[in-house]
Design a protein around this ligand. Structure first.
Ligand code: ZN
Length: 151
């Protein structure tokens, strides 16, 4: 059995980035690097680069992580509130429908941008997916012999 030696990419190294600060800036929909530029150019569309400091943001791979996190938060809040209201006032079923369905939708839509921002900030701070300077797709196609990693 042969094991491929782990290729350590020097270009992915750099000074440590403050994780909590980057997440906080993402929650405020700001660039994780400078905290000034807008992270999104549309509702959930991340800017390719920060308009303020020019930091490349297109490396983000939040993918479907934001909805997972949002579902976890919204479900805990709404289900707890629904049960509390039911136990306290025992309202008609239509009251539940009118109350919780719009609230679930509104809360989910409101939470998606800050949660996605926080996850992009986390990826940036941990230098994931090319945020450290290394090509995230380099491992997918073996580089031709004699060719080093892209700068
Ligand atoms: Zn910036």
């Amino acid at each position: 059995m042969t094991l491929e030696p782990h290729r350590h990419d020097e270009s992915a190294e750099g000074p440590p980035r403050a994780v909590a600060q980057a997440i906080g800036r993402g929650l405020k929909l700001r660039c994780p690097a400078c905290g000034e530029g807008r992270l999104f150019r549309a509702y959930l569309k991340v800017n390719d680069a920060c308009p303020a400091c020019g930091e490349a943001l297109h490396h983000q791979r939040a993918d479907d992580a934001p909805p997972y996190v949002v579902i976890s938060i919204v479900a805990h809040v709404i289900v707890a509130a629904l049960m509390a209201v039911e136990l306290t006032w025992k309202p008609e079923i239509w009251v539940h429908l009118v109350l919780w369905i719009p609230l679930t939708i509104a809360m989910s839509l409101a939470l998606l941008p800050p949660v996605k921002g926080a996850l992009v900030g986390l990826q940036w701070a941990l230098r994931m997916h090319g945020f450290g300077g290394a090509d995230d797709d380099a491992h997918l196609a073996p580089a031709p012999a004699g060719r080093g990693p892209r700068a």
